[in-house]
Write a protein that binds this ligand. Structure first.
Ligand SMILES: Cc1ncc(COP(=O)(O)O)c(C=O)c1O
Length: 472
């Protein structure tokens, strides 16, 4: 069966999407026949790369909605926005302060611009084994220590919804006259209702990147880049958008962005109030769980988070006799609920203003039923993952590592060598190793033990994790 037929057939089935895109395939938010509005840069329809008409007006509306000085459409997702923002705010070889849990697009931006990263690690929450926020105090310490840092890059919210203290981090950044770039790919829906955190534009960041498709009704690949400060040259942003984005941006996708912005302008109050009520009912029902644990937004102070986005539903099986993968499979096969992500210990659901009462009800009913059929695990046999937070020795930048001759060797014999590849542990999604970093004895031991435990390692070209490329 080809992709088109498979998608059409899937769309007719009754699977409920607890995943992105945020439109949730809900017909209430759909558009006309896609072919009827798919054009190119014809008379009267402007040009994204030299916008002066209808597209400029749309982007100005988006800027007004988010209270940003300038906003541009992204057709190429947050990835295009991050590559653009990093290139525009730095010069080749600059030093940048980077949260180690940033998405790979940030690492690619660092690589392409031959930047020298100084890493800041997020706190780790041991209740759910997820990344916490970035500490403003640590940010300031590193800015004092490295006076030549030219840009700060932070991800907030995280995939699981943890929001960092952006107001404090941005005022620290500005004290040292360093621009703050927030990868808010997962937070385009923030700032429209008091039950959700403020967005990073409201919180003072200089550049903010949004994936509209993740949490709002918009097509996959659509996003926004916001520039809200004189510390960043907007002309450079436009220049790099011309480099990193296609020269044929889809009018269908741009019309989808326009629709999404207009919907928020006209109906955000009503839609977010209904949505928040559905979320509150859902979390309320989850209080009856005995074995499965849900990350409750009203408990975040216990976990030490600054703020939390309630749209993300993190469901932990850590203290039970089933794994995250088993829960994911039961939800999919027995309840026809497709979740966004699964790890050894938890399952993640993504929700949006397009979710229905029926969708929330199906998930809560499923979890309550499953919870009754499983057991809690005695505390003594619950393994806690302690992720090594030692910063590996950076012998060279990732861009320099790429220019060196490399060889492939068995991973278990790689002690002391300089890596030519990334290794991630998912979760929490922090690279344990970046190209150019030395593989220490301790790190090798830790990674081998993660492998023995069956944890998911990503990044190596050898998917089985037996071999690694190292610098000769
Ligand atoms: C934190 C974060 N930043 C950036 C991206 C890239 O976003 P996009 O897929 O819109 O390019 C992702 C994608 O999952 C992400 O999770």
């Amino acid at each position: 069966m080809n992709l088109y037929d498979k998608l059409v057939e899937y769309g007719k089935d009754n699977y409920y999407p607890m995943h992105m895109p945020g439109h949730k395939r809900n017909p209430e938010f759909s558009m006309v026949n896609p072919y009827s509005i798919d054009i190119t840069e014809i008379e009267g329809f402007d040009n994204l790369h030299h916008a002066e008409g209808i597209l400029l007006e749309g982007m100005e509306r988006a800027a007004k909605l988010y209270h940003s000085k300038y906003t541009n459409y992204l057709i190429g997702g947050s990835t295009a926005g991050l590559l653009t923002a990093i290139a525009a705010a730095t010069k080749k070889g600059d030093k940048v302060l980077v949260a180690r849990n940033c998405h790979k697009a940030v690492y690619h931006g660092i690589y392409l611009n031959e930047l020298q990263p100084i890493y800041i690690y997020p706190q780790i929450d041991t209740h759910f084994n997820i990344n916490g926020g970035i500490s403003p105090e640590k940010t300031e310490e590193l800015l004092i220590k490295h006076k030549d840092i030219k840009l700060i890059i932070i991800t907030s919210p995280t995939y699981e919804g943890v929001v960092s203290d952006i107001p404090s981090i941005s005022s620290i950044a500005h004290k040292y006259k360093v621009p703050l770039l927030v990868d808010e790919a997962h937070g385009a829906h923030l700032g429209f209702h008091p039950g959700f955190p403020r967005n990073s534009i409201q919180a003072g960041a200089d550049m903010v990147i949004h994936s509209l498709h993740k949490t709002l009704p918009a097509f996959t690949q659509t996003g926004l880049i916001h520039v809200n400060s004189d510390l960043v040259d907007y002309e450079e942003i436009k220049r790099y958008l011309g480099i990193y984005q296609t020269s044929s941006p889809s009018y269908l996708l741009m019309a989808g962005i326009d629709n999404c912005i207009n919907l928020l302008m006209d109906r955000s109050k009503e839609l977010f109030s209904q949505y928040y009520e559905l979320l509150q009912n859902f979390y309320g029902r989850m209080k009856a769980l005995k074995n499965i644990k849900v990350l409750f937004p009203d408990n975040i102070k216990n976990y030490g988070f600054y703020e939390f986005d309630p749209s993300k539903i993190t469901i932990s099986t850590k203290n039970t006799d089933i794994s995250g993968t088993m829960l994911y499979d039961i939800l999919l096969n027995e309840y026809k609920i497709q979740m966004e992500m699964v790890t050894r210990d938890y399952v993640l659901g993504m929700t949006s203003i397009c979710d229905t009462k029926e969708g929330f009800h199906r998930l809560s009913k499923a979890l309550l039923e499953i919870d009754k059929q499983i057991h809690s695990k005695p505390k003594s046999i619950i393994k806690h993952l302690t992720v090594n937070q030692e910063v590996p020795e950076m012998v060279m930048t990732s861009s320099k590592a790429d220019t060196c001759l490399q060889e492939t060797i068995p991973f278990r014999f790689s002690e002391g060598r300089i890596s030519g590849e990334y290794i991630y542990l998912y979760p929490p999604g922090i690279p344990l190793l970046v190209p150019g970093e030395r593989i220490s004895k301790e790190l090798l031991k830790d990674i081998l033990s993660y492998q023995t435990e069956g944890l998911q390692l990503q990044g190596l070209q050898d998917m089985k994790g037996q071999y690694i490329k190292v610098i000769l």
